[in-house]
Design a protein around this ligand. Structure first.
Ligand SMILES: CC[C@@H](C(=O)O)C(=O)SCCNC(=O)CCNC(=O)[C@H](O)C(C)(C)COP(=O)(O)OP(=O)(O)OC[C@H]1O[C@@H](n2cnc3c(N)ncnc32)[C@H](O)[C@@H]1OP(=O)(O)O
Ligand SMILES: [Co+2]
Length: 132
């Protein structure tokens, strides 16, 4: 794992949170993108070598909608940049982690992504990202 690619933050209202993070970081979001497969609308802010990914649910069964209902808005996942996502999935499986999707799926911002179950990672949802 090469660096933290992004921190995912679950938000209830993307427009309001975009304004909040613009005030906080002193810069504009550089991209907004919907990912239908995950039921989310995202907005990205660059912070040095990493990013903040704001996520708003676009439907009731989205992981973001469930997370906000059960917990609250806040940090939802940590995403690591990897060079070879297939090799990393094999390594992590052998190391005993629970992989949620062994076949990488389409993420936002031109990435292939895989998730690890938070129950196998001290309660933290982990995402692996590989540039497409
Ligand atoms: C935009 C695309 C992409 C990118 O390019 O960056 C994204 O970031 S998409 C982000 C949204 N997508 C995902 O989160 C996909 C992976 N997540 C899942 O598959 C599920 O959310 C889950 C982690 C398997 C949980 O689903 P489920 O079991 O249906 O939900 P429950 O609400 O019943 O939760 C079970 C259990 O897990 C705890 N939980 C849920 N989410 C998180 C979380 N983000 N961080 C930590 N813990 C989490 C939840 O609290 C439950 O725990 P218990 O109550 O103790 O059982
Ligand atoms: Co993410």
């Amino acid at each position: 794992m090469r660096k933290i690619e992004h921190l995912g933050i679950a938000v209830a209202d993307l427009k309001k949170s975009n304004e909040l993070f613009k005030r906080l970081l002193g810069k504009e979001s550089y991209k907004e993108e919907s990912v239908e497969g995950e039921g989310v609308k995202t907005s990205f802010f660059q912070v040095g070598e990493t990013k903040i990914e704001l996520l708003e649910a676009t439907r009731e069964d989205s992981p973001i909608a469930k997370f906000i209902t059960k917990k609250s808005e806040g940090i939802h996942h940590i995403a690591f940049d990897v060079a070879d996502i297939y090799a990393e999935v094999e390594r992590l499986k052998k190391a005993g982690f629970e992989i949620l999707n062994e076949t990488p799926k389409e993420g936002a911002d031109n990435k292939l992504v895989v998730f690890l179950h938070p129950k196998s990672t001290n309660g933290v949802l982990v995402e692996l990202c590989q540039e497409k």
